[in-house]
Design a protein around this ligand. Structure first.
Ligand SMILES: Cc1cc2nc3c(=O)[nH]c(=O)nc-3n(C[C@H](O)[C@H](O)[C@H](O)COP(=O)(O)OP(=O)(O)OC[C@H]3O[C@@H](n4cnc5c(N)ncnc54)[C@H](O)[C@@H]3O)c2cc1C
Length: 358
């Protein structure tokens, strides 16, 4: 069997590698370059966390993916994961974090439910006056996203995958036993009649904290729509607002941060982590989310081309799942597993709230 995978972000690169491991002859086509800064996978870092509210499918996927990332790190001798843990800053007793506890327990994922005072010890400074608790995932951490994406593509190539620098569109009618379109934010424009995904802008900032921020945990304040991590890899302390934003075109977007978003990040950091109040901005990135209406991924056959699979809708939380999502997609392609009903193309209602903000 031969397969063509279109898109070499984390999703496409991981799928190409997985299919090659299963004996497919694979071509991996990428319009810019694996881990291009224009792709969602091309950011410096992405959080790996297991808590997903009641959505145990994703908790288990992230837990399996974590093993996949660690194996890749071990195999290649390349550091892609910082095991710094992740702290959920809990604002209310019945929120996303509380709803995550049962699924974490059922999946055997360790976590600690700390008082705000105990949680304070995880960071050089943490304002706790409005916190109900801190939920700490010790096995969570931070992935070096761009490097990890490139590593997956390099590993795929080592397994015999042919890598091509080319943009492929449906009108090309590519011929292969299986075609996987893993095109991230480009997917809705390629398949406007089938893919309901909003492509929204996000700005990310890195602040220059002092040495006490080195290696501190990742964190998410779900009810405020902010997340980030301590200083890993010399990048600075990441502070990222995760609030609804304008629609963008990933090809034409100027990737310069907006002053208003920088102000949001600074105000938040000064309030929640007081020792960052006067920290300079030492880096910034502008990227895009490919948001499905309900934040569930999209994994389904094209209705008119049954050998084509459309995979996307990462919805701001897709990176961590890369290696395990690839196994799932490969199982669907081989017919050993049915795609989950919540990954189907077509209309969706409600929101599963799976990204790092409501
Ligand atoms: C700011 C930000 C923060 C995030 N934080 C997290 C986080 O902390 N944790 C987490 O798990 N996830 C996070 N995410 C989400 C995660 O990064 C994405 O879900 C994931 O990277 C999507 O990967 P992808 O491969 O599906 O898409 P992409 O990474 O966008 O890759 C798609 C690739 O396909 C190529 N392509 C597109 N069309 C074509 C074509 N026609 N022909 C050839 N090539 C094509 C593109 O050039 C691109 O390289 C974040 C995303 C953003 C933007």
């Amino acid at each position: 069997m031969n397969a063509l995978v279109v898109g070499s972000g984390v999703t496409g690169a991981a799928i190409a590698r997985e299919l090659a491991l299963r004996g497919f002859r694979v071509t991996l086509a990428e319009q810019f370059g694996a881990g291009t800064i224009r792709s969602a996978s091309g950011g410096e870092t992405r959080l790996l966390r297991m808590a997903h509210g009641e959505a145990d499918w994703y908790t288990r996927l992230a837990w399996r993916a974590r093993s996949g990332w660690l194996e890749l790190q071990e195999q290649t001798g390349t550091r892609i994961f910082e095991p710094v843990g992740l702290a959920w800053l809990v604002r209310r007793p019945d929120g996303f974090e509380a709803r995550s506890r049962a699924t974490l327990e059922q999946a055997g994922v360790p976590y600690e439910w700390l008082s705000p005072d105990d949680g304070r010890g995880l960071f050089p400074s943490l304002a706790i006056d409005d916190l109900h608790a801190v939920m700490f995932e010790p096995d969570a951490g931070v992935l070096y996203a761009r490097r990890a994406t490139q590593l997956l593509a390099e590993e795929a190539e080592r397994l015999g995958v042919e890598r091509r620098g080319v943009r492929i569109v449906p009108a090309d009618e590519p011929k292969a036993d299986v075609v996987v379109w893993a095109c991230g934010a480009w997917l809705p424009a390629l398949f406007p009649e089938h893919v309901q995904v909003r492509v929204e802008r996000r700005d990310v900032f890195f602040l220059g904290g002092d040495g006490s921020w080195a290696g501190t945990p990742g964190w998410v304040e779900y009810d405020a729509g902010f997340y980030g991590h301590g200083d890993v890899g010399g990048l600075g302390v990441k502070v990222a607002p995760d609030h609804p934003s304008e629609l963008v075109d990933p090809d034409t977007l100027d990737r310069l941060p907006l002053a208003a978003r920088e102000r949001d990040a600074r105000v938040y950091a000064a309030r929640r982590f007081p020792t960052l109040a006067h920290a300079p901005v030492v880096g910034a990135r502008v990227c895009q989310y490919d948001l499905s209406p309900d934040t569930h991924f999209l994994v389904d056959r094209h209705p008119e081309h049954p050998s084509w699979w459309l995979v996307g809708g990462g919805s701001g939380h897709g990176f961590k799942h890369g290696p395990a999502l690839a196994e799932y997609v490969a199982d669907c392609v081989e017919g050993t597993c049915d795609r989950a009903p919540f990954h189907a193309l077509g209309a969706r209602t409600g929101s599963a709230g799976l990204r790092t903000g409501t």
